[in-house]
Design a protein around this ligand. Sequence first.
Ligand code: CP
Length: 314
Amino acid sequence: MKKFISVKDLPSIEKAIETAFEIKKNPYGFQHLGKNKTMVLVFFNSSLRTRLSTQKAAMNMGMNTMVLNVTEDSWQLESEMGVVMDGKNAEHLREAIPVIGRYCDVIGVRAFAKFEDKEADYSERILTQFVDYAGVPVVSMEGATRHPLQSYADLVTIEEYKKVDRPKVVLTWAPHPRALPQAVANSFVEWMRETDYELVVTHPEGYELAPEFMGDVKVEYDQKKAFEGADFVYAKNWASYTHYGQILSKDFGWTVDEAKMALTNEAKFMHCLPVRRNVVVTDGVIDSPNSIVVEEAYNRQVTAQAVLKMILEG
Ligand code: CP
């Protein structure tokens, strides 16, 4: 595997699941693959889970790691081509990326949507330049439109907890005080479409995800109806795609609560974290035995390691 930007970069979904369970059983069994190799993790945005889980995954694989926080540690980097660089940005990605690539064997990059320019976000302007200029494999630690390391962990978590071969999985929009990117939701839909699970997406009108991610996935605008018989409820906020980056609703009627979870087939509750308690989900739901958010977060380490294994094996 030469890069990990989307589910399409995997050899197959079956191989991805198999590799994750292989790592889970034997986390320190593949250190020879990473001996004398280095991973650089480049963060344009904040992180808790991605930073720690990816770094730990690389260490478990026997690799050395270096972290670059672009907003704090480094020169401010320009991403637009052809600009006159007489502003705050001191260095262009066009030089910075191949230089970083010379110091390491794998680069991880986190670069969120900025909501300034839909075309720049949906063409993955920063991530694409890393892939094009790094000279080494690149792993997305969340781009503008996808969060594949998260979706991979979500998939493995569902595989671990599912009680039927074809579970009903519901992705529900939930309120949030800030405008958040569509990346987690886009990516979750993209990965679930690679399985044979029953997937239902529910959100208020105006929050439709980009058609290239949704395909023919069913949208149910009635959240309670969507929850009926669900085996997994995955909550996430995202800002509008059509009214790009705007908050159209902060309706707490969409908060995931005990009454809605009672409509499900004793569904497991999932969220990528961080989560706003009593906004996205009530304390009663996230603290219940059916909440699997911590195991889901642990699987970020497992699946990051699985990605590195597939990359290091070439
Ligand atoms: N889920 C996730 O990516 O968490 P962080 O933003 O803390 O890395």
